[in-house]
Design a protein around this ligand. Sequence first.
Ligand code: S5P
Length: 511
Amino acid sequence: MSFEKRLEDVILRLFDVQGVKFGQFTLKSGLVSPIYFDLRVVVSYPELMEDVADLLWECRPKDAHFTSVCGVPYTALPMATIVATKQKLPMLIRRKEEKSYGTKRLIEGHFKEGDNCFIIEDVIVSGSSVYETAVSLRGCGLEACPALRCDALRCPALTRPDLSLLPSLRGCGLEVTHAVVFMDRQQGATNNLKNLGVTIKSVCDMESMLKILLRNKKITEEHVDSVNRFLKESQETIIRKQPADGAPDKESVGRLSMSFGDRVATTSQPLVRRLLRLMEEKRTNLCVAADLGTARDVLQLADKVGPHICLLKTHVDSISDFTAEFPKQLTELAERHNFLICEDRKYGDIGSTSADQYSSGLFSVSSWAHLVTVHALPGDGQLTALSDRAAGAERGALLVAEMSSKGCLVQPAYTAAVVKMAEAHPYFACGFIAQSSVSSDPRFLVLTPGVSLVSTADGHGQQYSSPERAVGERGADVVIVGRGVTRAEDPAAAAREYAQRAFSAYLQRLK
Ligand code: S5P
């Protein structure tokens, strides 16, 4: 029997056992819906349960390789179990009770680092349950792994996922890239989850289910109209976190409303994890652009502003007396004051040329800069070339998605393409240099230059706004300040002030 015929048969049987109801129902998201789809009933009908599970399995993305399956508790658990036993695919269970990772196990079952687990869910409205499960699976592997604190995190599998490498590696989290759901209520979940790095495939959606029920005279046109009206008005759901006590909290989980600390679990990119943790712990989201002409001046500045910054940005080709000693001393200062280093080289050539510029020559940037800036213009071959030269070290790139300067030629379509490129290369792309919230994906950092408390322009095209505007209105995670600090009478005091104001704006944003 064709998939469509089997789906029709399953929908009609579900209707007959009250799996689809019409009335007034308050959903987990708080929305009041005229239709309720309840797959819980299938546990009483084993054949129906098996048929539902078979349809779910058939909808999995055929081009992806999965090493385990996890059902979102509780409704999808039996279906995941059927899939696991029939397909001989190991299963994982995410405990619903545990709130934090702690020492208690959040995930039951054995898994290897880097396993790709696919999620099964019954119904999606906003996608929050799938999201919570994905976060647990991605984060748990890392948190539970003792190797987190060792060099294993530098494994090539994390900088460039290659499943064939995995048996010999330790310390990677579970990969979660796909989920299969039975019913997509068409209320925004697919998009919400896409932004969080999870692709959804659904067996059925509201529209096709209504068509089946109407065709078979189970419902009337009025039913269809009321559901369609409801769907039209409630398409823009956001993902909400669900605390252990079951009451939804106020926080949605896009980048802008998540704390730096909470975002750690959304990514397995080691550098992003490290920077997010550092920002949360050190309570700073300030990057100082150390645009000074001599090695001594840059090092002196780094020592002064070090306690107040999460990142120091350099332009080493502007340093007149650069020697190999400079990065060594800068690295010592970075370790002493706990900040990371970004070389703002804005690579923008074919992959092979950029890779040579990155890893060889006088500056040998790949050996000391945690982050580099990159123009996406040449295409993603440049990113893979740079990532190859990083050779498994904790390295990453910030893609220039927008610029602060007047007359900048970047157009929205270009910015969107840059974001897409980062999404396709999350092992190396750590985020964006931008002037607006170009992505709501919590895995990516948005860094905004053109921040000053003393100027609005510099006479050469630079345009400035305040830390509050950059973080609160434009959606920056990190503000980049150059001359506002370097030209201040007391750079340390200036850095402290920028850091305090930018971090307060971030805290305000969380509210
Ligand atoms: O769009 C951009 C991108 C960058 S990385 N606009 C910028 O100004 N930058 C960099 O940020 C620029 O190269 C400089 O290092 C810093 C801004 O310095 P300021 O002195 O104008 O604050």
